[in-house]
Design a protein. Sequence first.
Length: 135
Amino acid sequence: MKKMFITVALFAVLGTLATSCQKETLTELSPVTAQAETYLITYSVDGVSMQTRLNGDEALRAFLRRLTALARQGHRVTVRNENTAGQASTKEVVTYHTTSEDDANEWAEKMVRDGYDVTITYDDKTGEFVCIAIK
């Protein structure tokens, strides 16, 4: 009986030691999701400057749609992405005319992402959006 007790006790101690020496199991890692780009936007409506921070591309598109709608109402709007401002000072000027508000939004978004200061106005006589980008 004494031999059996010692044997069982020895196996219990060895089992405890073996368990404590095992590596921890890795928990399943969650997939890495891409961080949405954050835009620091300086804009002006009829010369009154303001600033906003937008998270993600969809927020930038929605914001530009609101600014274009203000331009259609007769306001002069200017927008700049502060994250890309001042990267190159070539004083390049690009002008774009369109009757489509959607085209004006897409063009403005592309130019803002490329580091241009974009001004949007609407000409009631011709029904065109006049978009001017300056870098």
